[in-house]
Ligand binder design. Structure first.
Ligand SMILES: [Zn+2]
Ligand SMILES: [Zn+2]
Length: 337
């Protein structure tokens, strides 16, 4: 596989293309993983980012991720279909014909609502619009969207590939049928629907780790069942469970576990900001003392007068912290509070 981009979706054989068509907008760390996972699950994915460099990097990043998963024994489908993935030359091209449009751009209400408004005016009228947000209000994002009843919160949890839960949040305008369609998609992906009704679903590094171990066992079991030389895609019949969960764990548990394991978790990931999932967590929100996000995201929370994403306590102060063993920050990262 060469990881190259083609500009249109087509099948060479003339056989009708029955793949679910999904556009993923925003090629940051999370967006690329969502796109990569959807490809592995047999969807036809069109990616787009207004930043050309991010878009071209995304393809090689996805192939690197697949290779990493393979070497770790975490790749269910040993022959990932690279031709499920295309890079679109424009937003309009990406969303054309898509049944689902998922955005994973920066956590900013203005940016997301502008993007969704633009998407809604050019994509199919029946396409489901999924916005990936931890802290923003779904109803507010949908405000200027055409057919706003189809906008819904769909949040994949980092690092996506090995995490079964997908958090779905209904907005004030969201149609119940849209939730059903998203539920069927999540089932098709072999993932678990988590309907958010209160606090967001946030996994501790230990919970992420235990899901990875469980995933590895599932891959091993599947490989034993198939035998060598056999390869097929992941499908819904495997272990898909759709359940309505509430409050998987409390914010209090989260805080205790983080503090207990702060010095023992050597994983380079698992310490990422729960909002942007790109940078390391490096600040305490006061007075609740949750260590859950990076300084940049904390600042945008306070600028918007938003509460702690973990416990909803109003944020009075943001404190930069330095964790033992953490990379020495550069001057530019040492934002003042
Ligand atoms: Zn962040
Ligand atoms: Zn808090």
């Amino acid at each position: 596989m060469n990881g190259g981009c083609s500009s249109d979706v087509r099948t060479d054989t003339g056989v009708p293309d029955e793949r679910i068509k999904i556009a993923v907008i925003g090629c940051g760390l999370l967006g690329t993983r969502i796109a990569g996972e959807l490809c592995l699950c047999g969807c036809a994915v069109a990616m787009y980012d207004s930043d050309n460099t991010a878009l071209s990097t995304a393809v090689s990043r996805i192939h690197q991720d697949w290779e990493h998963l393979r070497t770790q024994g975490l790749l269910l489908n040993q022959h990932p279909q690279a031709n499920n993935l295309i890079c679109a030359s424009s937003l309009e091209a990406a969303v054309e014909g898509a049944q689902f449009v998922l955005e994973a751009v920066v956590e900013d209400l203005q940016v997301k609502s502008d993007l969704m408004r633009r998407i809604s005016s050019t994509c199919s009228q029946t396409a489901v619009l999924g916005t990936n947000t931890l802290t923003l209000d779904i109803t507010a994002i949908s405000e200027h969207v055409l057919h706003k009843q189809r906008l819904i919160g769909i949040r994949f949890l980092y690092p996506v590939y090995t995490i079964p839960e997908v958090e779905v949040t209904m907005g004030g305008n969201t149609d119940a049928q849209v939730l059903q369609r998203v539920g069927r998609l999540i089932e098709h992906l072999g993932k678990v629907l988590f309907v958010r009704t209160g606090d967001p679903l946030i996994l501790t590094p230990q919970q992420v780790q235990s899901r990875q171990i469980a995933w590895k066992e599932k891959v091993q079991a599947q490989q034993r069942d198939r035998g060598p030389g056999s390869h097929g895609g992941l499908n819904a019949s495997s272990h898909a469970v759709v359940s309505m969960l509430q409050h998987v764990h409390s914010a209090t548990n989260y805080r205790t576990e983080t503090e207990d394991n702060r010095h023992t978790d050597s994983s380079p990931r698992g310490n990422e900001c729960i909002i942007c999932t790109e940078r390391e967590r490096n600040c305490l929100l006061s007075p609740c003392n949750h260590l859950c996000c990076c300084m940049e995201c904390a600042k945008s929370l306070t600028n918007r007068h938003q509460n702690c994403p973990m416990c909803r306590t109003p944020i009075a102060e943001v404190l930069r912290v330095f964790i033992v063993g953490q990379t020495v920050p550069t001057t530019s990262a040492m934002a003042t509070t």
